[in-house]
Design a protein around this ligand. Structure first.
Ligand SMILES: [Zn+2]
Length: 429
């Protein structure tokens, strides 16, 4: 029988959790998250129970062992289930995290302090003005995901993003490599490596950027590369109106970036950022500021191509346009993507996580894709997954399944498990 690699997408609602089963039965877990306002088939403990049960069944072992656990970025919808104490019963080979989670890296620490300072300022300002329901839903959804605790929003049982990160840093019943591997580990781009836990696998790291300034360089709409920008332009052209200024949708322009000569370690926000936060006056301002927090964390996502035999599995986390721009400008990175045999659609199918060039010019036609997603209330989720993106995938014969809408008949290669609690996909390798 020809060899296959299997990908299991758990239906966690709004979030990601994927188990990769290699031909030699070694296992990779990518993310174990959910958003409390977008739950799927599992509560947190239930997801861990399910994964543990699956791992034992797949390996035939009495104790659950996962060779590599990966967390793409620190959003709740990617890591919240790592709060569960049930991980104490699971042993792991290695844990992989983006380099910004290295607590000994000064640049990383500074980045998070700045982000926390910005988010807390925003959270404090929120109470001072009225938001319409859709905007409030969106703002709260993004801030909760970022781990900012607004009054009445704390999770039950003391679960938090910070506690989940602690598990990834030092938790689990046993870990062969005690410290996490922080990726990319060098300036080389793309960075490729092998590891003893996965003898027949080559990992290619395409994100996040090593440079914190690139992580903060958020320019999602400017280049006409996102499906939302294209849809808005088409709508404007059809109605004969002037094309809307896309730059107004970008959370921050260059004036909001920290300059070298501004502010010390204790003064992370620029004067302009502080003034801007103090001047928050409308729901639209608050929405933009919350989007900034959301985009920045998404920009820390690991972007991996997992090479197993002839299979190339593309897992871009929630990386947004800033990260993609750099990837698509590099010939070696493009070549990797051009040979992809699977796509995990980025950021639940949002407007700026899957560039037009990637779908139309770089990825091969006819590959399978998975979208772990859940539509919901508020302006944030009622466009996820973006219809134009879903249409474009179809037009390029990228056969895809979304976790929140399972058809009776799944496309070739996909298989539904246990009442839709997960979906399996087998890929030749
Ligand atoms: Zn996400």
């Amino acid at each position: 029988m020809s060899k296959t690699v299997k990908i299991r997408m758990y239906n966690v609602g709004f979030g990601d959790s994927f188990l990769i089963i290699l031909p030699d039965d070694r296992l990779i877990l990518i993310d174990a998250g959910f958003h409390s306002r977008g739950k799927g088939e599992f509560s947190g403990d239930e997801l861990v129970e399910q994964i543990t049960r699956d791992v034992k069944a797949l390996t035939g072992a009495e104790e659950a062992h996962i060779d590599v656990v990966i967390c793409t970025h620190r959003h709740a919808d990617h890591l919240f289930a790592f709060n569960s104490s049930l991980w104490d019963e699971v042993s792991v080979g290695e844990v992989w995290l983006p380099w910004v989670e290295d607590r000994k890296n000064e640049k990383a620490v500074r980045l998070w302090k700045k982000q926390a300072s910005f988010a807390m300022n925003l959270a404090n300002a929120l109470a001072s003005f009225q938001l319409n329901d859709a905007d409030r839903e969106s703002v709260e959804f993004m801030l909760w995901n970022a781990g900012v605790e607004l009054p009445g929003m704390a999770a039950a049982g003391g679960w938090s993003n910070a506690k989940a990160l602690d598990c990834l840093h030092e938790g689990f019943g046993y870990r062969r490599r005690t410290k996490p591997r922080f990726l990319p580990s060098t300036q080389k781009f793309p960075e490729s490596f092998t590891c003893p836990e996965l003898p027949d696998v080559v990992i290619h790291v395409l994100g996040p950027p090593r440079d914190p300034e690139l992580i903060e360089e958020l320019d999602p709409e400017a280049d006409g590369e996102t499906y939302r920008a294209l849809a808005m332009r088409a709508a404007a052209a059809a109605s004969g109106e002037a094309v809307a200024d896309m730059s107004s949708l970008a959370a921050f322009g260059p004036e909001w970036q920290v300059r070298e000569d501004e502010g010390g370690a204790d003064d992370l926000l620029t004067r302009n950022e502080k003034i801007w936060l103090e001047k928050l006056a409308t729901g639209a301002d608050a929405l933009l500021a919350a989007t900034h927090v959301d985009d920045m964390i998404n920009s820390t996502s690991l972007v991996l191509v997992i090479e197993v035999g002839k299979a190339r599995l593309l897992f871009p986390g929630d990386a947004e346009w800033g990260t993609w721009k750099r990837i698509l400008a590099d010939d070696d990175a493009r070549a990797l993507l051009h040979n992809a045999t699977f796509l995990k659609v980025g950021h639940h199918g949002s407007h700026n996580a899957t560039p037009k060039t990637l779908v139309e010019d770089v990825l091969p036609e006819g590959i399978p894709a998975m979208i772990s997603t859940q539509e919901g209330p508020g302006n944030y989720r009622n466009n996820i997954p973006l219809p134009d993106l879903v249409t474009a995938l179809g037009e390029h014969d990228i056969r895809h399944v979304r976790s929140d809408q399972l058809p009776e008949r799944l496309p070739k290669g996909f298989r539904k498990g246990d009442d839709g609690k997960w979906i399996d996909l087998s890929i030749p390798c």
